[in-house]
Every structure is written in structure tokens, then in C-alpha cells.
Design a binder for this molecule. Structure first.
Ligand code: NAG
Ligand code: NAG
Ligand code: NAG
Length: 330
């Protein structure tokens, strides 16, 4: 927790305010409640309608006296009325499902004479993550469901990045390198809409982010179905012996004190007094050796001080990058 807040502080220090991405990504775990942020610039009036869409399908709509929930979102979505009157058009999405992984847009529809004029307010990418943990040597099932896709012949592909782990089209299947004899998506399950990957004899090296795709029959384009983060734990390990947690503690115990101990030294190195002293020393040294060299080297020594400060700044950034993912998933 301590490390997490420190990482956040470092990240906020290192983030360039001018390179802010206008798109918002919200990460949510399956079963949790996600909040897709939105803010109205104008007041919500009697004639306006707020609409949320996912990949162009209606998710939720609220007019002055009515609401509408899109198919698959019944009972799970809302833009609370009281919040909306305060200009808060955020979408509350309960009981997040794998199929909610999509690109969402909030729109304001204003009634004009014969039609509604739609103005986009906000775009949000909802990243639905599912974690699966399995014991080393056991069989893991990485869930996948393609029933929401309108296709006749399912062609499934499981991969880690660009590397294919498993592929099935009807009776034909392919098992990727290192997964021979260990992976399957049973044909009868696939036909029923279940594209879950069965991974036998899980090993520590199987830990990765797996993505499942269904290749669309007409376009042959892959449609992402799900991202699964698989973690493998040793058989007789107790829950408290979380290796990541231990590493984090070691980082806190050793690296942070080293960092604090170094700070005074590094600050000293960068104070103008110290720099003057160094430059003075270098000048003296230079004068003594000026028989051989010209005066150009003084400027180069002054410039030399700058990279050392720069390096210190970067080393801070690197540590935060290393510790951030650990802190998030521990
Ligand atoms: C907007 O509304 C949601 C609930 O609808 C709430 O959780 C969130 O805190 C609100 N945001 C602001 C900035 O008030
Ligand atoms: C999907 O398939 C996997 C393995 O083939 C199985 O373990 C799981 O129970 C199936 N899920 C459903 C909902 O049928
Ligand atoms: C499981 O995998 C390990 C290597 O990770 C191998 O040594 C072992 O023989 C495998 N067991 C079975 C039952 O295939």
C-alpha cells in the first residue's frame, strides 16, 4: 500500500501534463461495478436526452421523464437522475461481464424541429480483465463465450501477443509451440458458444495475458472476446507467502532507504555552491594543463554537470515503473 502510493506520487511527478490522452480507459474486473466518467458542459434540460452507446449499440438512455436500458444491460446500468441534474452524466455499470469489454460513447441528444441532434460528450474504453489462478500441475480453464457474436461457423484463436497458443475451426485444430498435448477448446463446447481454453499441467512459464478471438466468417477479421491474466502458484504454497508481496517488502526495506540516503548527496551534487567548487577545481586543473589544451574545455565541464542531474531523475522514473505493476497486482 505504501509502495503503491509512492508509485502514484512518482508517476504523477513524471507524467507530462501536455501529453494527456483525451481517451479514458477504465479497468474493471468481472463482477465489479464500473463507473464510466462523463460531465455535461450545459444544464440538462427538459428536451435533452443522455445516451450511452457501446460499439454503437444503445446501453442506456435517460430523457427528462423516461429511461431505456439496452439489450444485455437490463438492471445493470444507470445515470442517476440527481447526479445528472448536477451535470454528472457518468454511467454506473453493475456486475461487469466479459462482454462489456467495449468502446463506450456518451451523447447528448437535443430535440430540434424534426429530429434529434446528437453531440458526443465523452469516449471511454472499458477494459474488462479477468484473473485466473491455477496451481502448478493442475488444469486451468480460461473462460470465453462467443454467443454475443452473430456467426455460424466459430473459428477460435487463443494467443499470447502475436504467438498462437491454440486454434480451432470445426474438427481442425492447431496447438502452439510448448503447448502440444496440453491445450484444447472442445469442438462440442465451441459449437455451443463456449470457447474456453482448457490448459492442462499448468507450469509457472504459462503465466501470461491470454487473448481469445473469434475470426468473423465474412471478413476473416478477428474479434477480441476476452483477455485473461493467468497466474500459476506452487502447489504447497501458503497464501501469505505471496512472492510479489515479499519482493515489495524488500524494495521498501532496502531500496527506499538507499534512495533517501542518496538524496542529500545528490542534492549536494546539484547545489550551486558544490558546482562552483567543482568548477573551481576543474578550472585549476585546467589551468595547470592549459599548456596542452585550449579554453574550450571549461564549457564542456559546465555542461557535464547537467546529465548527472538528469540521470538521477530518470532512475527515479525507472524504479516507479518497476514497482508499479507489482504493487497493482499484489
Ligand atoms: C457522478 O455520479 C456517480 C454515480 O452516479 C458518482 O459515483 C460519482 O462520484 C459522481 N461524480 C462526481 C464528480 O460527482
Ligand atoms: C465451457 O467449457 C469448459 C471446458 O471445455 C468447461 O469446463 C466449462 O464448464 C464450460 N462452460 C459452460 C458454461 O458450459
Ligand atoms: C507436466 O509438466 C512438467 C514440466 O513443466 C513435466 O515435467 C511433467 O512430466 C508434466 N506432467 C504430465 C503429466 O504431463
Amino acid at each position: 500500500m505504501i509502495l503503491l502510493s509512492i508509485s502514484i506520487f512518482w508517476l504523477s511527478v513524471c507524467v507530462d501534463p501536455f501529453s494527456a490522452d483525451p481517451h479514458i480507459t477504465v479497468e474493471a474486473h468481472v463482477g465489479s461495478t464500473a463507473l464510466l466518467p462523463c460531465h455535461l458542459s450545459k444544464d440538462f434540460t427538459q428536451t435533452s436526452v443522455i445516451q450511452w452507446r457501446a460499439d454503437n449499440e444503445i446501453v442506456f438512455e435517460r430523457s427528462f421523464d423516461d429511461t431505456h436500458e439496452g439489450p444485455g444491460y437490463e438492471g445493470r446500468v444507470d445515470v442517476p437522475e440527481d447526479e445528472l441534474h448536477k451535470g454528472n452524466c457518468s454511467l454506473v455499470l453493475k456486475d461487469v461481464r466479459i462482454t462489456d469489454h467495449a468502446f463506450y460513447r456518451s451523447l447528448e441528444l437535443a430535440e430540434s424541429k424534426y429530429f434529434y441532434k446528437a453531440t458526443e460528450i465523452n469516449t471511454v474504453q472499458l477494459d474488462v480483465v479477468q484473473s485466473v489462478s491455477a496451481q502448478v500441475g493442475s488444469t486451468a480453464v480460461l473462460p470465453c463465450d462467443w454467443r454475443h457474436l452473430s456467426i455460424q461457423t466459430p473459428h477460435v484463436e487463443w494467443s499470447i501477443g502475436d504467438e498462437i497458443v491454440f486454434e480451432r475451426l470445426g474438427k481442425d485444430s492447431f496447438q502452439g509451440e510448448g503447448y502440444e498435448g496440453r491445450v484444447d477448446v472442445p469442438e462440442e463446447e465451441l459449437l455451443k458458444g463456449n470457447c474456453s481454453l482448457v490448459l492442462k499441467n499448468v507450469s509457472v512459464t504459462d503465466e501470461a495475458r491470454y487473448s481469445s478471438y473469434i475470426l468473423m466468417t465474412d471478413t476473416k477479421k478477428p474479434a477480441l472476446v476476452q483477455n485473461i491474466k493467468l497466474s500459476a502458484s506452487e502447489k504447497f504454497e501458503k497464501r501469505e507467502d505471496d512472492p510479489l508481496g515479499t519482493i515489495n517488502s524488500w524494495v521498501v526495506i532496502f531500496i527506499l532507504p538507499i534512495n533517501s540516503a542518496l538524496n542529500p548527496i545528490l542534492y549536494t551534487l546539484t547545489t550551486s555552491f558544490f558546482r562552483e567548487q567543482v568548477e573551481l577545481l576543474l578550472c585549476r586543473w585546467q589551468r595547470s594543463s592549459s599548456f596542452m589544451k585550449d579554453r574550450k574545455s571549461l564549457t564542456s565541464t559546465t555542461i557535464y554537470m547537467e546529465p548527472s542531474r538528469h540521470m538521477f531523475y530518470h532512475s527515479k522514473g525507472k524504479l516507479s515503473q518497476v514497482s508499479y505493476p507489482d504493487a497493482r497486482y499484489s
